[in-house]
Design a protein around this ligand. Sequence first.
Ligand SMILES: [Zn+2]
Length: 231
Amino acid sequence: MEFCFNLKEYLVHPVNKELLWIKWIHDNYLKNRDVLTVNAIASNSWLWKQMLKIRDKAMTLIGGIDNLEHIIGSCYKNSKVKTSALYVALSPASLKVPWFNTIWERMNYPKNSIISWLAVQNRLLTQDMLLRMGTVFTNSCCLCSGAASESCDHLFFEFEFSKIVWNKIMKWIQFRWLSCVWNCLLEWYITSLRGKRFKQRIKRMAFNASLYRIWNERNARIFLQKSKGAD
Ligand SMILES: [Zn+2]
């Protein structure tokens, strides 16, 4: 028998209606209305308004309730919507970026991967970014007493502290190839450190953890006036 998923029924009577946040949304915002058609009012919270905006965008992208119902139905397994399947179904098809395995190594702490993910796309809020955004008016690296300007390249491997940290890490995990140049390093990881062997994975983990630690140290020095030694 073909399984027929009814989205409206699911939304009005969700499986986990007893969960506190679902209860709260129903009592405060929905009040027996349907989340697919309810409109925001001025007194609603910013978050709720944003969620409804995203709902409208998603609806336009997918082409209406019927299509959405079909997609959710296809992700419904063992009486539950499988979130990962839904995410894949709703994501536009895209090519895998070359640094995917380097950054999203499974052994990484997720918080380390997030910082590296921003760094490889040059999206961390280093001073060169803030200058471009007009948030600051000069760019001089506070960590080198203003002798250089701050960018991802500078911060992660040119800055003296980072160089020491990275050299020590490389020595510790017995890298034979040594470099403190961001682009070369990333390129080398992408082309030569792709394997699934344990040692390769540890090396990827070391790269991501180092970026995270250096970024943390930079923030502690700037915002908390606290500093740790490279050791
Ligand atoms: Zn510096």
